[in-house]
Design a binder for this molecule. Structure first.
Ligand SMILES: [Fe+2]
Length: 133
């Protein structure tokens, strides 16, 4: 499954969009490494990068929502928290499997579907709200 940010995923807030673009790049690197059968260490490192970046991005997005007094911020925070938990679970699964690449490959779809859905259904609303201010 190719992973690329496309303009139909634009939220219309530059900072959020540019972070989403980087996020897709990091996820793509992880899955490519998996497909290429890179070592457990390389994949674990990329997983860490993705996890860290995800948390940073969510923090920034939440800070921005607080700043503009976005009404649905709590819903967003819950969604973010759930996703971080999913990532942590996957990371654990990967470690416990002894670095099985299939864990990463199987996670590909889930991760991309989640983010794409989240952007389209929730993050885009932030852009709509900003325009209404
Ligand atoms: Fe979000």
């Amino acid at each position: 499954m190719a992973i690329k940010w496309t303009s139909d995923l634009s939220v219309g807030v530059e900072k959020i969009d540019s972070q989403h673009i980087v996020w897709f790049e990091k996820a793509s690197n992880l899955f490519e490494a998996g497909k290429q059968g890179k070592s457990k260490e390389v994949i674990a490192e990329m997983f860490d990068f993705l996890e860290e970046y995800t948390q940073q991005h969510f923090r920034d997005e939440e800070q921005y929502m607080a700043q503009i007094k976005y009404p649905d911020i709590e819903k967003q925070k819950t969604a973010h928290k759930n996703f971080v938990e999913e990532l942590t679970k996957l990371k654990k699964e990967f470690e416990e499997s002894g670095g099985k690449i299939s864990v990463i490959i199987n996670a590909n779809k889930m991760i991309i579907n989640w983010l794409t859905n989240h952007i389209i259904k929730m993050d885009k609303q932030i852009g709509v709200y900003v325009k209404s201010l």
